[in-house]
Design a protein around this ligand. Structure first.
Ligand SMILES: Nc1ncnc2c1ncn2[C@@H]1O[C@H](COP(=O)(O)OP(=O)(O)OP(=O)(O)O)[C@@H](O)[C@H]1O
Ligand SMILES: [Mg+2]
Length: 244
């Protein structure tokens, strides 16, 4: 056996944390089905950032929602497998996928205002995942949220904790979304067009922040974007979604 082969065999085999196999997603009824995603296959490994690009309407957001378990209410037919933690998420009832959401799999969307509750303070909203997924008491949760606000580089975390979404800028709101998504240290983060509404400078800052946080936590990222240059700079691999 030559040296190189020996070296390869000594390396532990990495197991994907998420495996998508032959995923097909269809809307419409049996007579007129509309296939949005067809034969989509992807292995996602811990800590990597995979870019997902494609024209508008090629099913990127539907794919994101399906992985996050948020497509169960849609009148949609899914086949194939989305394997996470030994389970096919496509077969899991909603109460099981909800256990993963925010804890193991997080998702951030383009427009934070649609994801944030306008009537609740920022701190309360970031704490939500901790209330659902951990046994931490009130004081511990408060401390953790402040630390997270600090991590996403928001100045005056205590002040931001008390504020409402409309009191923040778009960039600040996206930092809040990142804090919400990362508070339970998920294994997978799905970022769906998160910088589309931001200017170039804020985009660069947000991406630097996201990459650092995910690298530190070995969180894998599915980075959906129209910005090919950004995707090329950021991602180790790029997957193209095509019109069906
Ligand atoms: N709830 C739904 N019911 C029926 N069709 C839907 C539904 N949600 C999405 N679609 C259709 O699925 C297709 C893919 O939509 P999707 O939002 O995933 O595209 P996208 O690739 O994210 O586009 P964009 O880049 O503009 O965000 C579109 O043709 C859309 O009309
Ligand atoms: Mg989309």
């Amino acid at each position: 056996m030559n040296e190189r082969k020996k070296h390869i065999m000594k390396e532990p085999m990495a197991t994907p944390i998420l495996q998508i196999k032959d995923l097909r997603i269809e809307f419409g009824n049996q007579l007129t089905p509309i296939t949005v995603v067809k034969d989509f296959t992807l292995d996602l490994f811990a800590g990597e950032i995979v870019g997902i690009v494609g024209d508008s309407g090629t099913g990127k957001s539907v794919l994101a929602m399906t992985i996050a378990g948020l497509a169960s209410d849609m009148k949609v037919k899914k086949s194939g497998e989305v394997l996470f933690a030994g389970k096919n998420l496509l077969d899991c009832p909603r109460d099981i996928t909800r256990q993963y959401l925010g804890k193991d799999i997080s998702i951030i969307f383009q427009e934070p205002m649609t994801a944030l509750n306008p009537l609740k303070r920022i701190g309360w909203q970031i704490e939500e995942s901790l209330r659902i997924h951990t046994d931490l008491d009130k004081e511990m949760r408060y401390k953790k949220v402040l630390a997270m606000l600090n991590e996403v580089e928001l100045i005056s975390p205590r002040r931001v904790y008390q504020q409402y979404p409309h009191e923040l800028s778009g960039g600040m709101r996206q930092r809040v979304m990142i804090a919400m998504a990362m508070i339970c240290t998920p294994k997978i983060l799905i970022a769906d067009e998160i910088t589309t509404a931001l200017d170039v400078i804020v985009t660069t800052q947000i991406m630097k922040l996201l990459t650092r946080l995910c690298e530190e936590r070995k969180t894998a990222v599915l980075f959906i974007s129209h910005d090919i240059d950004l995707v090329k700079r950021l991602c180790s691999r790029i997957v193209m979604m095509e019109t069906r």
